[in-house]
Design a protein around this ligand. Structure first.
Ligand SMILES: [Zn+2]
Length: 241
């Protein structure tokens, strides 16, 4: 997609982004959405990048940096891992992130998180992690995590900006507005900590039933919709001393 077209659309659909400074005073949790091989590691299945991807590797780097700081500070982390039963498809997507395979595991740069006591890992078999947190008994692991840690802000990173990140953010905002997530106040999306996949129109046109998905534009639209629903979008995250 021509960069001039993207610039024009960004002018028509602006997303004003702020800088976020986190401090000990306001309890903040980090939410990592689907930073698994099946979406992030070149060649790892049907929905993984087919070649090195700058936006995706940048997202992984930023997420790893944040996860390290949160762990040092012993602040809570909640990580979703897309993970499907081999016999249960997830239309419209081809088979991906089958449970027990490398595709549904955290990327190598984040695998240490599996052993961190302040990290809660949640396998989910649907797009929206909020729904994917519902347990058989009707309780919700994500709601419990917010309540048990008394979290006031969540910082959301991961993939895809306009799919799993967006759906989780929208459901979380609705749940917050319905009083299900007390004391949560802010849902904050870190733009450089998010990424989406790239399927340019000239490639989509050669495939059956594929919908074009230009990466930079769809990433922007994901942020735009999240902001419109009430999320904060930030382009910088720092920690006060
Ligand atoms: Zn999935």
């Amino acid at each position: 997609m021509a960069s001039s077209t993207i610039e024009l659309l960004k002018e028509e659909l602006p997303v004003k982004q702020e800088s976020l400074v986190l401090s000990e005073e306001v309890k903040t949790g980090l939410v990592l959405v689907d930073i698994v091989n099946g979406f992030c590691t070149v060649g790892s299945g049907n929905l993984a990048p087919t070649q090195p991807d700058e936006q995706i590797s940048g997202m992984v780097d930023e997420s790893v940096k944040l996860a390290r700081v949160f762990c040092e500070k012993k602040w809570p982390i909640f990580a979703f891992l897309d993970s499907h039963h081999p016999d249960i498809p997830e239309p419209p997507y081809p088979p991906h992130c089958i449970a027990g395979t490398n595709e549904s595991k955290l990327v190598p740069a984040l695998q240490w998180l599996e052993n961190e006591p302040n990290a809660t890992l949640r396998c989910k078999d649907c797009i929206d992690g909020f729904l994917g947190s519902i347990e058989k008994d009707g309780s919700n692991l994500f709601i419990d995590w917010v309540r048990n840690n008394q979290i006031k802000k969540i910082l959301v990173v991961g993939i895809c900006t306009d799919v799993c990140v967006l759906d989780f953010v929208c459901s979380t905002l609705s749940a917050r507005n319905r009083g299900l997530l007390v004391p949560l106040e802010d849902v904050i999306v870190y733009s450089n900590g998010c990424a989406t996949f790239d399927l340019p129109i000239h490639v989509a046109n050669t495939m059956k039933d594929a919908i074009a998905h230009p990466q930079e534009l769809m990433h922007h639209i994901g942020l735009y919709i999240a902001k419109g629903r009430g999320a904060k979008v930030v382009s910088e995250v720092s920690f006060s001393a």
